[in-house]
Design a protein around this ligand. Structure first.
Ligand SMILES: Cc1cc2nc3c(=O)[nH]c(=O)nc-3n(C[C@H](O)[C@H](O)[C@H](O)COP(=O)(O)OP(=O)(O)OC[C@H]3O[C@@H](n4cnc5c(N)ncnc54)[C@H](O)[C@@H]3O)c2cc1C
Length: 393
């Protein structure tokens, strides 16, 4: 059994209550209309969920990954989309948390923690020609005197059109490959920051997925996070930190589908008996529940290791945890896909209709196999870690 600290139990209870009282009643409508749920973001703001990753003096929990996972899991049980808005915001903050200097942190954190204003953050890594192979990014930083000029296009950026702060990555010199990459932050109102086309998606409807174009955006040293050329390490450390939270999201989606399917099987009668009395259905439910528990164990194991602060600046590569973090994301996402598909099967034809939430959960689950590094890329990370010890033998 996963044992949570008192702090994590309190966070979990609050998230569970918010999910049931505020998000569950809106989940179907958000999926149907696709309108960005600002009302839910306001709830996140009031509850301090937008500040989760911030230091305590800004009302946060100091980058605690277990807390992020707990909150994301509870919300994902009722709405994958609402959990993604919060998750992508937290991921956007991570480069600042990992490598920004004190005055950059003070500036960005004060904005996010502003008592009245809502500031959402977006994480900009993917480009049209550089998805899985992100190190081949084309977005350029050009240095001229005291300024840097940013040019390029990012795509499939969650929260892109609703964010006011963007963390991202660009290269100073493509010939240097990963050693030429810099991390930066920009704000929406900088001249040259343009919100591009919005994607029409299969699932996670209600979240915003857009292109972000940088057209000669002028930056100063204050916008560069970490040292020049350190951006790749910052990006990889961010993904190591965020992958358990994607795993938690997948676990939440799967648990939501399992709970719904089990209750349906208990109530639905065919051949004169409950579906739950058929051994074939029992076996499906038992397998679904076992996979969800196994995924949850992997997620919180990785999260707790990360909370031992292995990601601090001097240990940025987090070697060792990257494998567990990738396993948590990959396994949970595959479980979410399988469990939601089986939940649709258990509901039969009704499961395939929009009258029931399991088809939405199945569409939402698919995204977890793709973002934050596809599940193929996670397998590469895991295998690379396993074979690392043989290098040179
Ligand atoms: C809903 C959603 C939200 C997203 N949010 C963000 C965001 O906020 N910020 C952001 O930066 N990005 C975001 N993304 C982008 C996402 O991270 C990329 O889609 C993902 O990294 C894959 O890149 P790609 O789409 O270019 O696919 P490609 O890299 O072109 O891959 C296509 C297929 O080939 C496989 N493949 C590629 N290389 C290999 C290999 N070496 N071995 C085996 N198989 C391989 C992939 O696994 C995949 O199945 C989001 C995507 C989605 C769908």
């Amino acid at each position: 059994m996963i044992s949570f600290s008192e702090k994590h139990n309190i966070v979990k209870q609050i998230a569970e209550r918010i999910a049931k009282e505020k998000i569950l009643p809106r989940a179907k409508e958000i999926d149907e209309t696709g309108a960005f749920p600002w009302d839910i973001v306001e709830v996140f703001k009031r509850q301090g969920f937008l500040n989760l990753m911030l230091p305590e003096k800004f009302g946060g929990l100091d980058g605690d990954i277990t807390s992020l996972c707990v909150v994301v899991e509870e919300i994902a049980k009722v709405s994958g989309a609402c959990s993604l808005i919060l998750l992508a915001h937290a991921v956007g903050i991570m480069p600042v948390m990992i490598a920004a200097n004190d005055s950059q942190k003070e500036y960005v954190y004060s904005k996010i923690a502003h008592p009245e204003e809502i500031h959402i953050v977006a994480f900009c890594l993917t480009e049209p020609e550089a998805g899985s192979d992100a190190s081949h990014m084309r977005t350029r930083l050009t240095k001229e005197g005291d300024y840097y000029y940013l040019n390029g296009k990012k795509c499939m950026i969650t929260n892109g059109a609703v964010a006011s702060i963007f963390t991202g990555f660009a290269t100073l010199n493509p010939k240097l490959r990963t050693k030429g990459i810099c991390a930066f932050f920009v704000e929406k109102d900088y001249p040259g920051v343009i919100i591009g086309k919005s994607e029409k998606k299969m699932g996670m409807i209600g979240t915003d997925l857009t292109e972000i174009i940088f057209d000669n955006v002028r930056l100063t040293k204050d916008n560069i996070i970490g040292d020049e050329g350190q951006g790749w390490d910052i990006a990889m450390s961010t993904l190591n930190l965020s992958r358990p939270a994607v795993g938690a999201q997948a676990v939440g989606i799967a648990q939501g589908a399992l709970d719904f399917a089990a209750e349906y099987a208990w109530k639905r009668v065919q051949f004169g008996q409950k579906l739950a009395d058929f051994e074939g259905i029992q076996f499906m439910i038992a397998d679904m529940a076992t996979h969800v528990e196994a995924a949850r164990a992997l997620v919180y194991d990785a999260a707790q290791l990360l909370d031992m602060k292995v990601y601090e600046r001097d240990k940025m590569s987090a070697i060792g945890v990257d494998k567990l973090s990738a396993m948590a994301k990959m396994y949970s996402a595959d479980v979410a896909m399988k469990v939601t598909t089986d939940a649709v099967q258990i509901l039969g034809g009704y499961g395939y209709t929009k009258d029931y939430p399991v088809e939405r959960m199945m569409r939402d689950a698919k995204a977890t196999q793709i973002y934050e590094g596809t599940n193929q890329i996670q397998r590469i990370v895991i295998a690379r870690d396993i074979f690392r010890k043989f290098i040179g033998t």
